[in-house]
Design a protein. Structure first.
Length: 231
């Protein structure tokens, strides 16, 4: 199975309610008023926490940094990223959401060892765990900076040695350079929502040592750019 995977905007700090009705389930007051809606808009404002669901599809540019030369894929490798998310408003009248979900994402990198090229493919099932602030900046439009973390489990991938024209599993023991299946780290970025349409960019900073040698530090890093829909 070969799926290629992966895809901060200006942080807006307007103290407003939340998303447009079509995006989050209720209509916020005009940006110039801020805070709680005026009496003229009170009948258009929901005081119940909201839940949204989203689909994501995007691109990424990833790399693997390592102290071990045979694991150091410091040149970027591109791929695809597909998944679904769910977001829950933290409290009524608060434009702060907790978002999680599940995506299939391919990370990895490219490097050289003794002048010979190699590439690393690391395919994961990944769960984001982020807090997202939703700032209503125009009719039906919101800017959404987010920060949090992610956890991931490696499910497939290959290391390719172009000199010997050999390929072997990235996660299997017993041959060549191997990687641990678990990964986790920090995720930061920003999204832009218009009606049901959504786009985001961000970066995953890998904190887990994914190399099979505990004496060498090996970490993932990936920039992503996604588009999708929110319901």
């Amino acid at each position: 199975m070969t799926l290629l995977a992966t895809m901060l905007c200006l942080f807006a700090t307007l103290p407003v309610g939340a998303q447009p009705r079509s995006h989050r389930g209720y209509t916020p007051p005009p940006p110039r008023y801020g805070g709680r809606p005026s009496s003229a808009y009170s009948n258009r404002y929901s005081y119940a926490p909201n839940v949204y669901y989203g689909l994501r599809f995007g691109l990424s540019a990833s790399h693997v940094s390592s102290d071990a030369p045979d694991l150091n894929g410091s040149s970027s490798k591109s791929g695809l990223n597909v998944g679904a998310v769910v977001g829950v408003q933290m409290a009524p009248q608060t434009p702060l959401f907790f978002e999680t979900g599940l995506s299939y994402i391919e990370k990895g990198g490219k490097g050289k060892l003794g002048g010979d090229k190699f590439s690393i493919g690391l395919n994961y099932l990944e769960v984001p765990l982020v807090l997202k602030y939703s700032a209503y900046v125009a009719p039906a439009t919101a800017v959404e900076p987010f920060i949090g973390g992610y956890v991931a489990a490696g499910v497939s991938g290959k290391v390719k040695d172009y000199n010997y024209r050999e390929a072997y599993s990235s996660f299997d023991d017993g041959y060549g350079a191997n990687f641990k299946r678990f990964d986790g780290g920090i995720r930061v970025g920003c999204g832009l929502a218009y009606e049901m349409l959504y786009a985001e960019m961000g970066y995953d900073f890998g904190l887990s040592n994914i190399g099979d040698n505990d004496f060498d530090d090996t970490h993932n890093g990936a920039f992503f750019l996604n588009i999708g829909l929110n319901f």
